[in-house]
Design a protein around this ligand. Structure first.
Ligand code: ZN
Length: 217
């Protein structure tokens, strides 16, 4: 689509962290293996984990390109997409002041994650349980479904928060709709922060920080 996709330097650290995290556990989810920890020998486990981490970020890039595709189609210019440690950020020329367009744009990313997730889960189900490829596809599928659900949390500036603002904007001025969505976003950020603190979940703490700063801006 002619949109430059950039990698933030933190990306390298995170690919290694994600590979390590997924190589370190294995559990049963819905009757199939989630996590790459049971793949033997270790060299194969690490190779698959690294590939998994890179493919997962490719899925994040595709999620962002889902937003970009709808934006492009409606004449909005996308300067670039940058992949950070927890996801992607698209630099748009201007934010659409059109609730219908914003609804479509915000929904496109989670829709892409949902489709990738479903296809991966179906492919994994077709393969025999226990093979390294099946484990990787099942884990990838679940992660994409989690990405979809997580992004749909109504915490502005996340996708779900943008959907909420677009819905508000159909019944009040845009500035008021944005303020309301941002206030709800901050409430969710505080909730995520508390949950992250009690569960020692650092990713959740980072996302809470990101949502709070984003909503404040
Ligand atoms: Zn998104």
């Amino acid at each position: 689509m002619g949109i430059p996709v950039r990698l933030h330097w933190t990306f390298l650290l995170v690919v290694l962290y994600i590979a390590w995290a997924f190589a370190s556990f294995s559990q049963q989810v819905l009757g199939r293996t989630y996590g790459l920890g049971s793949i033997e020998p270790a060299s194969l486990r690490w190779t698959y984990s690294l590939v998994f981490a890179v493919v997962l970020f490719a899925c994040v890039a595709l999620h962002e390109l889902g937003h970009s595709y709808i934006a492009r189609k409606n004449g909005i210019n996308i300067h670039s997409i940058t992949l950070y440690f927890f996801g992607g950020v698209s630099a748009l020329e201007e934010i659409p002041r059109n609730p219908r367009l914003e609804l479509q744009m915000a929904f496109a990313g989670p829709a892409v994650s949902g489709v990738i997730g479903s296809v991966s889960l179906i492919l994994a189900s077709l393969l025999g349980e226990g093979s390294a490829v099946a484990i990787m596809l099942w884990t990838l599928g679940l992660m994409n479904i989690i990405l979809m659900i997580f992004n749909l949390i109504p915490a502005f500036p996340m996708d779900g928060g943008r959907l909420l603002r677009a819905w508000f904007a159909t019944r009040m001025p845009y500035v008021k709709a944005t303020r309301n969505a941002a206030s709800i976003g901050k409430m969710f950020a505080i909730l995520m922060f508390v949950l992250g603190l009690f569960s020692f979940n650092f990713i959740l703490l980072f996302v809470a920080f990101f949502v709070y700063v984003g909503a404040s801006e």
